[in-house]
Design a protein around this ligand. Structure first.
Ligand SMILES: O=C(O)c1[nH]c(=O)[nH]c(=O)c1Cl
Length: 309
């Protein structure tokens, strides 16, 4: 139908899902997403052991978006694997986001996920922490290569990677060249939050979140152009892979932009946090109205059709 989407040969009723980390940390939230108009859902990035995460306030929203330094609070990978094993895949697909604190942790989690033999699709979060003092994995190309070499040995199913935003053409080139060495990396999710931003409250003359002296990843309106550029950069450079867009979606026309840029599915983070799962019905309606007004019969006709001048 009009909004039907496809990834890894799997059918989706529509291209929308949550961004990992938003509205997906416990069963109640995951069940609410499963019951919503979202075409699929992804779990909070998990670690080997459960984590409380950073002290609060660790999330703050402004009229233009959000800032967070959650610190990977999650119930531990077995919790999300158990959820994946009871999920009704006939209703909608489910993604498991994995963000091990070490390569060893990722290998342990992926081996368990593989052994469970669930239909869940793995999204490997490369914005996970690296050795202290070194940049996150997504910004350490040697570590990223080593991680993918080890993961593709341990996990023999197609999976995807969640990338941080890049801002330099040479970085798009280098990151894509690494990913293209791994055909098993079947999709790329662009982008994670733009890291280490700082939001200031003038009234209080203060930062707005407690961890890291107020430094945190931003999402929302702040990041839409960067998200679209990363979607299109990897769409152009990775013709054998699919792209999941993430960043800056608050209205149907933003989903349309992500589709034009090359996205097959589109994730919603900050706007979902602020509006709740009802947002998916609104966004699907707005997207359907836009597609119909423009004479499209399906989102497949839109994907990657961005014109240049
Ligand atoms: O602080 C977090 O939990 C977090 N926050 C983000 O904005 N992206 C991530 O990938 C993670 Cl893991």
């Amino acid at each position: 139908s009009l909004l039907s989407a496809s990834l890894l040969g799997i059918d989706f009723a529509n291209p929308l899902l949550n961004a990992s980390g938003v509205y997906c940390r416990d069963v109640a939230e995951l069940d609410a997403l499963a019951a919503s108009a979202a075409g699929s859902l992804v779990t909070k990035s998990c670690t080997l052991l459960a984590r409380e995460g950073n002290p609060e306030p660790r999330y703050y929203a402004t009229p233009l978006g959000s800032i967070n330094s959650m610190g990977l609070p999650n119930a531990g990978y077995q919790y999300y694997l158990a959820y994946a094993q009871q999920h009704d895949y006939a209703a909608k697909p489910l993604f498991l986001s994995v963000a091990g604190l070490s390569l060893a942790d990722n290998l342990t989690m992926l081996a368990a996920i593989r052994a469970a033999d669930t239909p869940a699709i793995v999204e490997l979060n490369l914005s996970c922490p690296n050795v202290p003092g070194k940049p996150q994995i997504g910004y350490d190309f040697a570590a990223m290569t080593a991680m993918l070499e080890a993961v593709t040995q341990a996990y023999d199913r197609p999976f995807g990677v969640k990338l941080p935003p890049y801002f330099d053409i040479a970085h798009f080139d280098e990151a894509a060249a690494i990913l293209n060495r791994f055909p098993q990396v079947a999709f790329v999710t662009c982008i994670n939050s733009i890291g280490n931003a700082l939001i200031i409250d003038v009234e209080a003359e203060s930062v707005v979140i407690k961890p890291k002296d107020g430094f945190g990843g931003i999402g929302g309106d702040y990041v839409l152009p960067t998200a679209l550029a990363n979607v299109n950069a990897f769409y152009r450079r990775c013709p054998a892979k699919q792209i999941i867009g993430c960043g800056g979606v608050t209205r149907g026309e933003h989903i349309f932009m992500h589709l034009l840029a090359g996205a097959s599915l589109v994730q919603v983070g900050t706007a979902l946090y602020e509006e709740g799962p009802g947002i998916f019905a609104r966004l699907n309606d707005e997207l359907a109205e836009l597609l119909t007004r423009k004479g499209y019969r399906g989102i497949e006709e839109v994907r990657g059709k961005l014109r240049t001048l």
